[in-house]
Ligand binder design. Structure first.
Ligand SMILES: Cc1cc2nc3c(=O)[nH]c(=O)nc-3n(C[C@H](O)[C@H](O)[C@H](O)COP(=O)(O)O)c2cc1C
Length: 304
């Protein structure tokens, strides 16, 4: 009922643990119902190791949170030396998230990953917490398209998902450029650039905003982009119950991503799957893919 195919991967559930939430998917937390997790996207890996940003890296902000981890990670060499982290025996697939400054860095990482047999990669083109003085790649349709072209030219057999930022005038333009460049899927949204003020410590806290308040921003992005692309979309942003996931799916998401919601509720994926199943049984839907985009209208002829 909830199973689906993403590229060559069979996912047991449409709920994906997004990057930065579940480490590298190496830990088996016994109390989780893994049958409710389709895949884990690893924490984003870069070519060189990164220490990340100074503290504070997490800041409570209304009913959401601001994070500024700054892509702390051990670098691709270390990652590859440990092999693909795998919860495969629990049926959970791994999607490796990578990020780089340009095609050269990404291609070098892709080489290491494809040698390791990695079949699905998410390219994070949208982290707001590194190089704040420079635009993100996904803020330029030209750079996004070019990077995807470079990657797919050399690694056509790898299923490549482009992760996009909501911090643009029109995310559809970027999504179309990614698809035209060869992206096989899209993840949206990454965090929304934000800022908090610590009046006691008298300092500015910068970071990416996530959690329930960004859900309408994510839904807007998915709804708009669904009409204009053919590739599957992973809908992310503010999902903290089954109803939220359902909203994304009806608006056009093929699968959904869980982010900060997992921090406050480790049973979130089980709850989402339970609610999705209840809704489908009640409304006589057999497969979750049947309801993807039901409240949206794809129009290839005039949609662009
Ligand atoms: C603490 C934290 C770390 C994150 N790290 C990454 C990361 O390394 N790479 C990435 O692509 N997204 C990262 N994200 C963004 C999430 O994957 C997700 O796109 C975003 O938080 C929106 O979803 P949410 O509202 O459900 O949290 C991070 C988010 C949080 C809260």
């Amino acid at each position: 009922m909830l199973g689906l195919k993403l590229g060559k991967m069979d996912l047991q559930s449409p709920v994906i643990m997004m990057s930065g939430i579940f480490s590298y998917g190496e830990a088996d937390l016994g109390y989780l119902d893994y049958s409710t997790i389709g895949a884990v996207v690893t924490k984003t890996i870069t070519l060189e190791p990164r220490q990340g940003n100074p503290q504070p890296r997490i800041w409570e902000a209304g009913s959401g949170m601001l994070n500024s981890i700054g892509l702390q990670n051990p670098g691709i060499k270390d990652f590859v030396s440990h092999g693909i982290p795998s919860l495969m025996d629990r049926g959970v697939r791994t999607i490796v998230s990578i990020s780089g400054q340009d095609s050269g860095e990404i291609l070098s990482m892709m080489e290491s990953l494809s040698a390791l047999g990695v079949e699905t990669v998410e390219i994070n083109l949208s982290c707001p917490n590194v190089h704040r003085d420079r635009p993100m790649i996904s803020q330029s349709a030209r750079l996004t398209g070019q990077l995807l072209r470079d990657v797919k030219r050399e690694f056509g057999q790898v299923f490549v998902i482009a992760k996009l930022s909501p911090n643009v005038t029109d995310i559809s333009e970027i999504a179309i450029a990614a698809e035209e460049g060869g992206a096989d899927g899209l993840s949206m949204i990454n965090t929304v650039r934000g800022l908090c003020v610590d009046i006691e410590g008298r300092r500015i806290i910068e970071g990416g905003y996530s959690g329930p308040p960004v859900k309408p921003v994510g839904l807007r992005a998915v709804y708009d982009v669904y009409r204009k692309v053919r590739v599957p979309i992973i809908g992310i942003g503010g999902i903290e119950k089954g109803r939220d996931a359902l909203e994304y799916i009806l608006a056009g998401a093929y699968a959904v991503g869980v982010g900060s919601g997992f921090f406050s509720n480790p049973f979130l994926t089980s709850e989402i799957c339970g609610e999705l199943k209840d809704y489908m049984v009640k409304n006589n839907f057999r497969r979750v893919t049947d309801i993807s985009g039901m409240l949206n209208e794809k129009n290839y002829k005039t949609g662009r």
